[in-house]
Design a protein around this ligand. Structure first.
Ligand code: SFD
Ligand code: AMP
Length: 614
């Protein structure tokens, strides 16, 4: 096994293995203990669950709360909302399942110490919008993580999971996962009866607006590295809607979210000349997408589209009108606190650019695309639905189990259920865990087998980038240029350029077409060949190398899906120049893909969209 054969291997056996201790992972860990009192529940996390994942910095709102105790909304209303926003295509069974359980999750957060703002007149939670409630959420993640820590048999922090293990005797059954400690470099083998993937979404697969010294500044967390997709894809798990990447309207340069401003502060947008611009584009949008433009609220992608068209017409920059709202001292306080508790960088950017929103209306822009399953988008794995509610087409096993036996998922990992956000991701983790416990109980002690050959093979693969570096480092010139390997950062920048230029990133104004996508796939294939020749100088770079691997296979999946769906379903997220209209006749369907790791082939398919709620 080359230079690294002396590296220690540690075996960890469990009944339930949770990969990723973010919002969904904490929910899955907590609930596994509730239903599986005597089970061994292990959570493995590449950072430290106290401050990991997209909520690491805190949040200022919980964006998914029904308020059923006050009859504010019903789960059916949320399904209609998400369906409109996603231009008709959501898994209504999965969305309903989250909506009916999400309130109790939020009540637990409050019990555990999360301060939720109250409306002084009604005593109810302070609404930011119809679905959003406001929190003092700087410590949201540590509060949620504490519950997971108390529930788990063991938490393994600082272990990056690189691959899933498969059963040697049953070809389509998961048997655990492998990874390495980013602190001491030990190789970890987690053998488990059921695995719940909760590894978050993907930033940095498309080139971000901020490059060079600012490249860490993205809206979605820069450490969201596509493992949630990369791990299952390589086992052949079916993915869905991977073309449905999300682009978000954000405050320029700091990526500060706009929800609190639009919904609570009632600020509005205008073009460079102080004019409203959305009405200008109404007729042309209607021409592209039909009645979807008349839905309320106007779908997120269409709001982006109007902004993009106005800028292309030469009337940018678009500004958020804050000067009026910020005259009210309460609103001014909320406006600043919103960022100080969630996206501190935005407050810092404003300070550094002399922007006081009371005096200056700040600029808005659109982000580079991200791949996620929890915001106004629903990329992810194709999962079995709830037994009592899912149509037959959507049911083949346990709730939230993928098409691989024993492999579950939640949060950004699972496709089809948009608008789950932080609270819905935790709730979905709970749902998946309850089903995974049942799966383990039904096994009645039977244990999947992952033998030495598989484990040794992975061990060699995982540490190969360190070996590449050791062998090739003497040939380096100019500090980083090597004839025999590429660094993880060089690989990442190459990936971002390919995705940006060919698959509809910011550099192409989100435009692509069949010839571009085919060419993009050629470039991705060459990049994939070079992944065998990544050089990692230390354990940190080894983690970057494996994050890149997960990002690349995810990008290939996104590109295949984008090629497959021959329409422009979500103008403002991306455009197929060769099919510029929404086509409900042929494409009111979900797209699916299954990857064959041996042949490198993708099997594409469509799945029906069942409308369960009127
Ligand atoms: O307004 C491995 N989100 C918001 N949600 C809200 O409810 N309210 C808001 O106000 C939100 N806003 C917001 C949000 C996110 C961000 C970044 C900002 C603002 C600036 C969205 C939620 O955060 C999001 O929906 C959930 O966090 C999704 O949960 P989950 O569990 O699917 O992902 P995660 O929390 O990122 O956790 C993933 C974990 O996996 C770990 N991990 N561990 C081991 N091995 C590997 N290979 C791994 N790969 C990943 C990660 O470290 C992480 O802990 S607003 O703008 O929308
Ligand atoms: P954001 O801050 O953009 O991530 O959005 C937070 C929440 O507010 C999400 O639920 C969004 O869908 C919602 N939201 C943001 N902007 C608007 C808007 N202009 N109209 C309706 N809902 C919005």
């Amino acid at each position: 096994m080359g230079l690294f054969s002396t590296r220690k291997t540690k075996f960890v056996d469990s009944d339930i293995l949770v990969i990723g201790g973010g919002m969904a992972g904490c929910g899955a860990t907590y609930e596994s203990r509730y239903w599986g009192r005597d089970l061994k529940v292990v959570c493995v996390e590449k950072a430290n669950i106290d401050r990991s994942g997209a909520v690491a910095q805190g949040l200022y709102a919980i964006n998914c709360y029904m308020g059923m105790q006050w009859d504010e909304n019903q789960p059916e209303d949320h399904v209609r909302y998400a369906r409109n926003d996603l231009m008709g295509l959501v898994r209504e069974d999965l969305g309903y399942d989250i909506a009916r359980h999400v309130d109790s999750t939020v009540h637990m957060f409050e019990e555990w110490g999360l301060p939720i703002m109250k409306d002084p007149e009604t005593g109810r939670y302070q609404r930011e919008g119809k679905w959003q409630i406001m929190i003092h959420g700087e410590s949201y993640k540590p509060i949620v993580a504490e519950a997971a820590r108390k529930a788990a048999t063991e938490i393994y922090n600082r272990i990056m999971v690189t691959h899933l293990l498969m059963d040697d005797t049953k070809p389509n059954r998961v048997a655990g996962a492998v990874g390495f400690s980013v602190r001491d470099g030990d190789f970890y083998v987690f053998r488990a009866k059921a695995v719940i993937v909760c590894a978050g979404g993907a930033s940095h697969i498309f080139k971000p607006r901020a490059v060079g010294e600012g490249m860490g500044r993205t809206w979605y967390a820069p450490w969201s590295s596509a493992s949630a997709y990369g791990l299952p894809i390589l086992t052949g798990a079916k993915m869905m809607q991977m073309e449905n990447r999300i682009v978000l309207t954000r405050f320029k340069d700091g990526y500060g979210p706009v929800g609190a401003y639009f919904l609570h502060l009632k600020t509005y947008t205008e073009n460079a000349y102080g004019e409203p611009y959305e009405p200008t584009w109404y007729e042309s949008i209607k021409e592209m997408v039909g009645d979807y433009v008349d839905r309320q609220p106007v779908p997120t992608c269409l709001r982006n589209h109007a902004l993009l068209e106005e800028v292309k017409a030469g009337r940018g920059p678009i500004r958020m009108v804050t000067k009026e709202a910020f005259q009210d001292p309460h609103k001014e306080k909320v406006g600043w606190e919103n960022f100080l508790g969630m996206t501190i960088g935005q407050a810092v950017v404003w300070a550094s650019q002399n922007i006081d929103p009371k005096e200056v209306n700040p600029e808005l822009t659109t982000s580079e695309p991200y791949v996620m399953g929890s915001h106004a988008t629903c990329s992810g794995a194709w999962a079995s639905g709830p037994e009592d509610y899912a149509p037959d087409d959507y049911q083949w096993g346990y709730n939230r189990m993928m098409t691989v036996d024993g492999l579950f998922g939640a949060g950004d990992t699972i496709g089809g259920a948009a608008h789950k956000f932080s609270s819905g991701s935790f709730a979905e983790g709970r749902i998946a865990a309850k089903a995974a416990v049942k799966y383990v109980m039904d096994l009645k002690g039977e244990q999947p087998q992952a033998g030495e050959a598989q484990i040794d093979g992975f061990k060699e693969t995982v540490f190969k980038p360190l070996e590449n570096y050791q062998v090739g480092r003497n040939e380096i010139v100019a500090g980083t240029v090597s004839p025999s390997y590429i660094s993880p950062l060089q690989g990442l920048q190459r990936l971002e350029k390919i995705m940006d230029e060919y698959v509809g990133g910011i550099g192409a104004n989100y435009m692509t077409n069949e010839p571009m996508l085919v060419r993009g796939l050629e470039h991705l294939a060459w990049l994939t060949e070079d992944l065998d020749h990544i050089g990692a100088e230390d354990l940190h770079q080894l983690q970057r190398a494996w994050e890149l691997n997960h990002r690349v296979i995810t990008s290939e999946c996104v590109t295949q899906h984008t090629l497959f769906r021959k329409e422009t379903r979500w103008p403002g997220y991306y455009y197929r120049g060769d099919f510029m209209k929404l086509d409900d006749k042929d494409w009111h369907v979900f797209t699916g893909s299954e990857y064959d790791a041996k042949s490198g082939e993708w099997q594409m398919s469509t799945m029906p969209v069942h409308h369960i709620i009127d």
